[in-house]
Write a protein that binds this ligand. Sequence first.
Ligand SMILES: C[S@@+](CC[C@H](N)C(=O)[O-])C[C@H]1O[C@@H](n2cnc3c(N)ncnc32)[C@H](O)[C@@H]1O
Length: 241
Amino acid sequence: MPAADHPKAEPADPNDWPDLDWPDLDWRDEAIPVSRRFDDPYFSLAGGLAETRHVFLAGNGLPDRFRPGFHIAELGFGTGLNLLATLLSHQGPGPLHFTSFEAFPLPPEAMARALAAFPETAPFRSALLNQWATQSGPTRSLSFPGLTATILIGDARETLPAWGERADAWFLDGFSPAKNPELWSPDLMHQVARHTAPGGSFATYTAAGHVRRALAEAGFTVTRQPGFGRKRHMSTGSLPA
Ligand SMILES: C[S@@+](CC[C@H](N)C(=O)[O-])C[C@H]1O[C@@H](n2cnc3c(N)ncnc32)[C@H](O)[C@@H]1O
């Protein structure tokens, strides 16, 4: 579909969307995208934006740690909700950098429908969708006030080892480790640590033992924290400064 055909209108109400049937997605409660490939929702059924704030922002001590040049990296760009939550949390001086690794980029229509469930994201949603609709290829560059984002398209098992930068904070947001084990393997967690600045951190919604052990073996001091929604625990950690 040419970029000009992508929807430009702000979807005011998720229920206003036509029955958009993207081949790889089901929609739970008409609003939450569920991957057919992985049989898992893109974000918590208990509230995606609140989950992002609890798990990924607070779990990494953000926004308090933001400073000019601060670099967030993410495994799994999905709908872009974590990027929008980061933008909403960022009041201080920029620029921040946000790099996300994504193997199966969603079409802008699907992102728009998912993000429409979060009216709070309105200040940055159109900017994200309009830029996303014009981007293609393996490296997608997005620009926002105070933040630049790079989305690296491809299997993170190949793109992360080749990445030439280090993050100050990681959002580990693959589908559940049981359904998307390749995004939580010891090798990939080692690559996450290798691409983390001294004193850098990670946060993830999962408290799966094998993921926590892989992150600890990669060099992180791993801590169990209260989880979001029905999840009793989540995990955070940091490298020595
Ligand atoms: C839970 S969703 C991420 C949700 C996202 N952070 C958001 O804000 O909407 C997991 C993402 O990981 C991606 N993914 C799964 N396996 C991958 C792989 N091997 N390499 C890169 N991305 C992968 C999926 O396509 C999906 O977009």
